[in-house]
Write a protein that binds this ligand. Structure first.
Ligand SMILES: CC(C)(COP(=O)(O)OP(=O)(O)OC[C@H]1O[C@@H](n2cnc3c(N)ncnc32)[C@H](O)[C@@H]1OP(=O)(O)O)[C@@H](O)C(=O)NCCC(=O)NCCSC(=O)C[C@H](O)C(=O)O
Ligand SMILES: [Mg+2]
Length: 285
């Protein structure tokens, strides 16, 4: 039977922390951090001379356990590089939650990766090439155990030759496209990284923007960024209180649309409210 890689229950993915798999100190530290997802990187954060050692370290880190409820993901090198086949075969059959593929520009990349990986971890795909953005529906619908799309804003900005600035305006249409493709295919979706370590205002603004665009969470590069993402991508107390009021109101009134606090509320809002409560409950757990 083909494994079901989609996530039936709500799984918070507010914060997804990248770290080089070659950095033993960071790997040890990550086991105690409050990130929902830890991504051990074999790609851009690891220099060519360290690729083999990083791969061994990633496998050892997965096998070593101690990750608690965090989702553990390994980002492999691009399928067109000399390292990808070894990365994927080393990860086949081990207990990572997912393998993150960089620079996915077509469904073929997912097919090739799945063939090398065999059954096992889900696939997550980075959308960070112009071609990848233009091919989004086919990628998102391709199957092969694809569970999450991840925006790669650094590579995308480089390819587009745009200047995102603090508003990220030049990237917004691509970010929206990534969210739309993920939602249409029932996938999770994560925003790109904020490179400015120590600029709390910029990080907060990017987190709010990502949340408002519809992302589930944000990829991060430093432990100091986790708290901001965890706060921004969790329902706040007012949202939770409103969601509970919507659920309670529909329990008393079975019409399709009702009036609550001077606003029209429909059954679609009830679904949304139930999701908010489920996410808040999952975060609390
Ligand atoms: C960016 C860094 C290189 C900064 O490193 P450094 O200045 O050494 O950090 P600190 O001195 O502030 O570190 C303090 C302690 O925290 C640990 N640490 C640092 N970063 C991490 C981390 N990401 N995860 C876990 N722990 C971390 C340090 O080890 C220190 O610990 P201790 O000594 O015990 O106190 C560095 O932060 C870093 O390497 N970040 C991750 C870089 C990375 O993975 N990049 C690739 C992914 S992003 C990407 O590729 C984007 C995408 O593809 C796109 O195209 O957009
Ligand atoms: Mg990238």
């Amino acid at each position: 039977m083909t494994p079901d890689y989609t996530t039936p229950a709500i799984r918070p993915r507010r914060s997804a922390l990248f770290l080089p798999a070659s950095n033993a100190r960071a790997v040890a530290k990550a086991r105690g951090l409050d990130a929902d997802v830890v991504i051990l990187d074999l790609e851009d954060a690891v220099v060519p001379e360290a690729k083999a050692a990083a791969r061994e370290a990633a496998v050892a880190a997965v096998r070593g356990g101690g990750w608690g409820n965090r989702e553990l993901v390994v980002r492999v090198n691009g399928l067109d590089t000399e390292w990808a086949a070894d990365d994927l075969s080393a990860l086949s059959g081990i207990d990572a939650d997912a393998v993150l593929l960089p620079k996915v520009s077509s469904p073929d990349t997912l097919a090739q990766a799945r063939a090398l990986l065999g059954e096992g971890p889900a696939l997550w795909a980075m959308v960070e090439t112009a071609r990848g953005v233009l091919t989004l529906p086919a990628i998102a619908d391709a199957g092969y155990g694809l569970a999450v799309l991840v925006a790669g804003t650094n590579d995308l900005a480089r390819e587009m030759r745009c200047r995102p600035g603090s508003s990220r305006a030049p990237l917004v249409s691509a970010l929206t496209g990534i969210v739309l493709a993920a939602r249409a295919a029932g996938l999770g979706v994560l925003d790109g990284v904020c490179n400015a370590i120590g600029d709390g205002d910029l990080l907060d603004a990017e987190c709010r923007q990502g949340r408002d665009l519809g992302f589930d969470g944000k990829t991060l590069i430093h432990p100091s960024q986790i708290a901001a993402a965890n706060t921004a991508f969790a329902p706040d107390p007012e949202e939770v209180a409103w969601a509970q009021r919507v659920v309670d109101a529909f329990a008393q009134d079975d019409r399709g649309a009702i009036r609550l606090d001077g606003r029209m509320v429909e059954r679609l809002h009830l679904e949304e409210a139930r999701r908010t409560l489920a996410l808040a409950g999952a975060v609390a757990r």
